[in-house]
Design a protein around this ligand. Structure first.
Ligand code: NAI
Ligand code: MG
Length: 347
């Protein structure tokens, strides 16, 4: 607001979501960012208690914040799809988070499963389309549960939706030293959607003459993530391909405990939402075992989005320093890692 106080909505969610979000907020505080936070109880607990996923009134309230920080939602006790569709995807669609931004960056000192690869080889950003594709919820089922069942799941690709995410990705590539943009799709088989994506990239490319444009089929890209990640700088891709590729990205860049993301509304017509890529991890919830680093890096992305670039850089440097000294260090709890990063940020 006008006093420089950040109005932040916090959705800790379920399982380790609450544990990692506490550390993210600790680091935000240590960065000296004045924030007024409001916590929203959404997720599996709320669903079981009241049957609600995302009440309309909560959605309207959320529109009034500068940003949203989310931990993770989900629990094996909730039928699959309920929280994903009615809460997470609904937030992304309603708040028009058409850019799902997922950096894949290997920090010094972090172990990658790729033999011989170092931080200079793995430093990319995946720009995943967030509001269309097969995730748009279109499709249907006939004769369910019979041998004659028909299920369809349609992929929506609009000229408008593809152009805006492609233009964002070009600008992102333009702002990075390598200035390389790779379209990842499956144009040889998904010929209608692929053609639209390809033509869109080709038509926008002249606006960014400094950016080198490349194309890679998604299956080949999956292979190159593991064999030759240095091929990639900025990737633009559809919702489903981006979802899958960024899990490979997390795996090669130190694991799910480090993977951050932003659901970004670049026009700022609604707040953007920042969250670790991982889920609620019921297997380790409540034990202080979760790594809060992905959430802390998501906080850094949030600060960057809000124009607090100095604070964002400070948080990222603190994480880098913490990661550099992790090897050989003893096992730390969730809150110990948060404390250590917060100390570096403040110090
Ligand atoms: P998950 O990401 O919760 O866990 C996968 C594995 O990674 C588990 O072994 C877990 O212990 C480990 N892990 C995850 N985050 C970690 C961290 N910060 N530190 C250390 N280890 C970590 O994925 P899973 O098991 O498939 O899903 C669990 C629940 O979370 C499900 O209900 C699912 O729907 C939900 N989910 C929610 C997401 C979200 O809120 N955006 C994203 C992915 C899953
Ligand atoms: Mg995923």
């Amino acid at each position: 607001d006008e006093h420089g106080t950040l109005k932040l909505a916090v959705i800790p969610g379920d399982g380790i979501g609450t544990e990692v979000v506490a550390e993210g907020l600790k680091v935000l505080d240590a960065a000296g960012v004045k924030a007024e936070t409001t916590t929203y109880d959404l997720g599996a607990k709320r669903y079981h208690a009241t049957g609600e996923t995302l009440p309309d009134s909560v959605l309207e309230e959320l529109r009034g914040y500068d940003a949203i920080l989310l931990g993770a939602v989900g629990d094996p006790s909730v039928p699959p799809g309920v929280l994903e569709r009615d809460l997470l995807l609904r937030l992304r669609f309603e708040l028009d988070h058409y850019v799902n931004l997922r950096p894949v960056k290997l920090f010094p000192g972090v172990t990658t499963p790729i033999a011989g690869a170092g931080p200079e080889d793995i430093d990319m950003v995946v720009v995943r389309e967030g509001t269309e594709g097969p995730y748009a919820g279109a499709g249907g089922v006939l004769r369910r549960g019979t041998p004659h069942e028909i299920a369809t799941q349609e992929s929506f690709n609009t000229a408008y939706g593809v152009a805006r995410v492609v233009r964002y990705a070009f600008a992102k590539a333009q702002a990075r030293p390598r200035k390389k943009l790779t379209l990842v799709h499956k144009t040889n088989v998904l010929t209608y959607a692929g053609d639209l994506w390809m033509r869109t990239v080709e038509s926008i490319a002249p606006e960014f003459p400094d950016v080198t444009v490349d194309y890679c089929h998604v299956d080949a890209a999956s292979m190159f993530f593991v064999t030759q990640p240095s091929r990639f700088d900025v990737i633009v891709t559809d919702n489903l391909f981006g979802d899958i590729l960024t899990d490979i990205g997390a795996a090669i860049a130190g694991g799910i405990g480090l993977a951050a993301s932003g659901n970004v509304n670049p026009e700022r017509t609604a707040p953007s939402m920042f969250e670790p890529v991982h889920g609620s991890a019921p297997d380790i919830a409540g034990q202080g075992k979760a790594d809060p680093t992905a959430t802390v890096l998501s906080v850094a992305m949030m600060l960057d989005h809000l124009g607090l670039t100095e604070a964002a850089a400070r948080v990222e440097r603190a994480v880098a320093a913490d990661l550099a000294e992790r090897a050989g260090a003893g096992t730390r709890s969730t809150s110990q890692i948060g404390d250590d990063i917060a100390k570096r940020v403040a110090g």
